[in-house]
Design a protein around this ligand. Structure first.
Ligand code: ADP
Ligand code: MG
Length: 669
């Protein structure tokens, strides 16, 4: 690249800044006539010069400064920085150059209004990846040197114009400020503050900084060592550097611009976490300063997350309730009873052989014949009507109901017609009040004595008409022999399929078998399991639907976040411009705004989870079955954060793509 360098005057060393035929046009698209603001600028500036560019308002000074500072690209001509053509540098390399080589001082100070003086000064170092302690130390020292030691923590609006301009000079020096580009630095100041600022620039020039001062004021310009006059985009007079350029200060070695595409050095010192923490800090500040707006945005996310959690929890609660209410016996239960066939004739008879044949079907796990009726049960002088449940020893297994005390009878005892009884939880209390262990005692059921061998666990309120806790349980065969002598067949038979997936197969196999045995359909099969399964499926789809509705509200919340972020970007264009001018890369800006969006949604997600838990707690207190699931909470939370990422992306990209020159000119809030 440097081989193509044209002779730079009489000096062998290339000029620090070398412009050749620089042009800058505006417009020219959409039918508008193009305006040529700079019309072929030739200019070289060597390291250590103190140059003033003077011209009337509108002559193109600021445009020239933006080009010099690599905030803008020329429409034509070449700009060599330290011998390298700047046109070959990509956006990140230009950001690096702005950060490491230049320091900007603007007429309007261009300080970030939400940050303190010290934080404003630190901004360029932030993007250079300097460590926090180092940053703070240097910013404090610079401000102290400029007489602002006691103003470190004040915001720009708490400072006078002169003080603000000194803060911006400190910022320009933060990364070294080898070349200070000052655009009308005294324009907005009273004469005393203006003189102070000029004195400062002189001091810096003496210290070896290259100063490029832009002004419309000839008196101010006259203080520089070289005055260049610009009119209508052309240089009309150049005092030239009378004195040979001062030897560059040892501290002022000019950095070589990085090779395009290569990772710029200097920015690698900052770790990912440092950057993230910095972005989070800025985001948090922005959120705090706009409390009401942040609050409203948060509300959208909070409502979204909370409703997802509540809806899913309520749905799950309802589903479990159905399962519990209807499916205490599991979801594989069928009922079998005899009935008169639809074609006429007497009802059928379910024999022991029928049941035995059913037991042998592979689709069927258990067959439980049941006889039950209210019978008078006596103990001593106390008697009461009790539902006496005669069934085989498989009753606890089929009902998924454990024995709390003692034991249940065995199959052998059943077949041996043993007079044994197991009490329901309440029946125990009715017949043996104050006797915790009734095992071995006798009960008179009908007219036969039965020995108590066990007590069932408490079952609680089922939805069924009967309360199982009130009942007593006796072996099926003993029941038929001793209590229900008139009974020729079970009242009904509970059949458990091999699995809940096989209830339909079990039903079909059962029907085939009994049809073959009876020759006609003189029995009825009730498929409770299928009903429960259908019900559970319905509840499940309802839960999903409620969850979807809630998710929509989450999306609406996300759109709210996007809206606010877009507004924020608009409001903060100037801040973005300042950050870019001081060396932020696109990805720095992108990351900052993404972090803000994610932070908002993180906060909203957290609050939403808490709100969801609170609402759930209220519902539980009101008796609504609610089952919280961690996965629902994590899911809702994750959705919220994902919403932030998705809906924050667009505004962040908008911010990152802002043209720095346009952004700097952006309105202040
Ligand atoms: P100075 O700083 O010397 O007052 P500027 O460089 O700001 O002048 O502007 C020079 C001329 O360029 C002005 O006439 C201005 O209207 C025009 N100009 C500046 N920026 C733009 C732009 N983005 N689009 C169109 N015209 C512009
Ligand atoms: Mg200007």
């Amino acid at each position: 690249m440097s081989g193509a360098l044209p002779a730079a005057g009489e000096d062998a060393a290339p000029a620090l800044i070398e412009l050749r035929g620089i042009r800058r046009r505006y417009g020219g698209q959409g039918g508008q006539p193009a305006v040529e603001v700079l019309r072929g600028i030739d200019l070289s500036i060597r390291a250590g010069e103190f140059v003033a560019i003077v011209g009337q308002s509108g002559s193109g000074k600021s445009t020239l400064m933006n080009l010099l500072g690599c905030l803008d690209r020329p429409s034509g001509g070449t700009y060599r920085f330290n011998g390298h053509d700047v046109a070959g540098l990509d956006a990140d390399a230009l950001a690096w150059l702005r950060r490491e080589a230049f320091g900007f001082v603007f007429q309007g100070y261009h300080l970030i209004s939400t940050e303190s003086a010290r934080e404003n000064v630190e901004v360029p170092a932030l993007y250079a990846g300097r460590r926090e302690s180092e940053r703070t130390q240097r910013a404090t020292a610079l401000l102290a040197r400029l007489g602002l030691a006691d103003k470190l923590h004040l915001r720009p609006n708490q400072l006078s114009g002169g003080q603000q301009q000194r803060v911006s000079i400190a910022r320009a020096l933060m990364n070294g400020g080898r070349i200070i580009l000052a655009d009308e630095p005294t324009g907005a100041l009273d004469s005393r503050s203006g003189a102070e600022v000029m004195a400062l620039l002189h001091e810096l020039a003496d210290a070896g900084h290259t100063i490029i001062l832009i002004t419309h004021d000839r008196e101010v310009a006259a203080q520089a060592r070289r005055v260049i006059e610009i009119r209508d985009g052309c240089i009309v007079a150049d005092g030239g550097s009378a004195a040979p350029p001062r030897p560059a200060h040892p501290m002022q070695a000019v950095p070589q611009p990085p090779v395009p595409g290569a990772a710029p050095t200097g920015s690698e010192a900052g770790s990912f976490w440092n950057d993230l923490r910095e972005a989070a800090r800025t985001a948090w500040r922005g959120m705090r300063l706009n409390r009401s707006r942040t609050g409203l945005t948060l509300l959208g996310i909070v409502i979204g997350v909370a409703s997802v959690i509540v809806m899913l929890s309520v749905g799950e609660g309802a589903r479990r309730q159905v399962m519990e209410r209807m499916g205490t016996m599991g979801t594989a239960i069928l009922y079998l009873g005899s009935q008169a066939p639809a074609t006429g004739g007497p009802a059928g008879q379910l024999t022991e052989e029928d049941l035995q044949a059913l037991r042998e079907l592979p689709e069927i796990r258990r067959v439980l014949p049941v006889i039950g009726d209210p019978i008078t049960v006596r103990r001593g002088s106390a008697d009461r009507q009790v539902y006496v449940f005669a069934a085989s020893q498989e009753m606890p297994a089929v009902h998924r109901w454990p024995v709390a005390l003692g034991r249940y009878y065995s199959d052998a005892e059943d077949r041996g017609l043993a007079p044994l009884v197991v009490l329901g939880h309440k029946a125990h209390r009715h017949f043996f009040p104050g006797l915790p262990d009734p095992l071995g005692r006798q009960l008179l059921i009908g007219n036969s004595p039965f020995e108590v061998i066990g007590v069932m666990a408490e079952r609680g309120a089922d939805s069924g008409a009967q309360n199982y806790d009130d009942m007593v349980f006796i072996p099926y065969q003993a029941g038929r022999a001793r209590v229900y002598q008139a009974q020729t067949q079970p009242d009904y038979v509970v059949v458990e399929a091999a699995s809940s997936g096989q209830v339909h197969a079990a039903e079909a196999a059962m029907r085939r078998l009994l049809l073959a045995r009876h020759g006609r359909e003189d029995f009825g099969i009730g498929n409770a399991a299928a009903r429960i399964q259908a019900e559970v499926a319905t509840r499940h789809s309802m839960t999903v639907m409620l969850g979807l509705i809630a998710a929509v509200s989450l999306v609406v919340g996300g759109i709210g976040v996007m809206n606010v972020m877009l507004m924020t970007v608009k409001e903060r264009t100037r801040e973005i411009g300042i950050r870019v001018a001081t060396g932020a890369r696109r990805r720095d800006i992108q990351r900052q705004f993404m972090t803000e969006a994610v932070l908002v949604t993180l906060a909203g997600g957290t609050a939403g989870v808490l709100a969801g838990l609170a609402v759930g707690a209220v519902l539980i207190a009101a008796g609504v079955p609610v089952v919280f699931s961690v996965s629902a909470m994590l899911g809702a939370f994750g959705c919220a954060v994902a919403t932030g990422l998705v809906f924050g992306f667009m505004p962040a990209r908008t911010a990152a793509r802002l043209d720095p020159v346009v952004a700097l000119a952006g309105e202040q809030r």
